[in-house]
Design a protein around this ligand. Structure first.
Ligand code: NAD
Ligand code: TDX
Length: 336
């Protein structure tokens, strides 16, 4: 099988390319990525010379570049779209690139699928499109009630995918996953930010009362869920993928502190994120009916992830402090 993976130089996309090449010896993968601040070809260093792998630097909003890549894939190939602006706090600072990539970029990809046809297009989405839930869990029929510009952009993309299924009968599917963790995650998201801050001897900025709940999913469990949905899912359907590991941020923070031999003095309580969703929770019975289940134990996976950042300082040190505008925005916010 031939795959076109968009956003394959990011956290989940690069893990997914590794997953595909490991699991399917006869597959080939085209990675199409703009290389924004979050895209990093170092994530794929070990497979650069694998003859089954090729890279195209391109923007999913660029119709000509997308059409060329889809033609190269061919009508028997499959597309998995990871390309997106993904960090909630950055969407609060400036939302334009989120709407552009996560909505318009999705439209551009779907237009190319309509024009050239492919076997399947899987759209990677998030549990954040459902908004926050205090008790119980969202299923795939729950209304979309996004609360951040990021989540709204992702919801917009999902709705365009839905419309292209209903109107043009394109062979599309959507997955909505909970918070991922694992190697190669950009050190702006809470787990790698907190680990690397502590390794740098800094404090960790915990938002608000620290009682917001996230459901943690190991990135490789996400990859196996995508694999199942892509190959066995029903066209036009949505599949939730969650880790079943709901934790308050304060629990997570204390666990990381303890693993790195730090105490509560390393926590800096800062002002809450505007519009901060209290809790995410998804009902995954639909994908479990396709015989998927998460395999990683959360605490073990988290210890392995902490060790990965400890053992790969050159990977995160090169990228962590690049974005001056974002660092300034955060510094001003924390002081408020
Ligand atoms: P990431 O920010 O690490 O990577 C995004 C990748 O997309 C980067 O390589 C970047 O260069 C590329 N990209 C951005 N704009 C592009 C454009 N216009 N054209 C081509 N490439 C572009 O993101 P991630 O955490 O790996 O997330 C991947 C996908 O999974 C996203 O769609 C995200 O919404 C979704 N998701 C993420 C999580 C999570 O916890 N990280 C959870 C659920 C869903
Ligand atoms: O410095 C921080 N301090 C803090 O307390 C950061 C960066 C986060 N937090 C809190 C906010 C959230 O409650 O930690 C929790 C997790 O925050 P993020 O890592 O920013 O993730 P979240 O906002 O939950 O969104 C993530 O999950 C769904 C990803 O960034 C999205 O791409 C994905 O769709």
């Amino acid at each position: 099988m031939k795959y076109l993976v968009t956003g394959g130089a990011g956290f989940i996309g690069s893990n997914f390319i590794h997953y595909l090449l490991d699991k399917y010896p006869d597959c080939s993968v085209i990675n199409f990525d703009k290389l924004t601040y979050a895209g990093n070809l170092a994530n794929l260093n070990d497979i650069q010379s694998d003859p089954r792998y090729s890279f195209i630097q391109g923007d999913i909003c660029d119709q000509a570049a997308v059409e060329k890549a889809v033609q190269q894939l061919g009508s028997a190939g499959m597309i998995v779209n990871f390309a997106a602006e993904t960090h909630v706090d950055r969407s609060i600072m400036a939302a334009g690139s989120f709407v552009q990539t996560d909505v318009y970029g999705t439209y551009t990809l779907l237009e190319a699928v309509k024009k050239y046809q492919v076997k399947r297009y899987l759209h990677i989405s998030t549990d954040e499109v459902y908004g926050s839930i205090n008790s119980g869990s969202f299923n795939e029929e729950s209304p979309l009630q996004p609360n951040s510009p990021y989540a709204a952009s992702k919801a917009g993309g999902d709705l365009v995918v839905r419309a292209y299924f209903k109107t043009f009968n394109l062979p599309v599917l959507i997955t909505r996953a909970s918070n991922n963790y694992g190697p190669y995650q950009y050190p702006e998201k809470v787990i790698p930010l907190f680990i690397t801050n502590l390794l740098e001897g800094k404090k960790v900025p915990l938002y608000g009362d620290g009682k917001n709940v996230r459901d943690w999913l190991h990135v490789m469990d996400h990859c196996s869920g995508i694999d199942v949905a892509l190959h066995q899912g029903q066209l036009g359907e949505v599949y939730n993928i969650g880790g079943g590991n709901e934790k308050e941020n304060v629990w997570l923070t204390n666990f990381i502190l303890q693993q790195l031999g730090k105490g509560a003095e390393s926590i800096e309580r800062v002002k809450d994120r505007p519009g901060h969703d209290r809790r995410y929770s998804v009902d995954c019975s639909k994908i479990r009916r396709l015989a998927w289940q998460p395999r990683f134990d959360f605490e073990k996976g988290l210890v392995e992830t902490i060790n990965w950042y400890k053992n790969n300082p050159q990977w995160w040190q090169e990228i962590k402090h690049k974005q001056a505008d974002y660092q300034e925005f955060q510094a001003a916010w924390y002081k408020k």
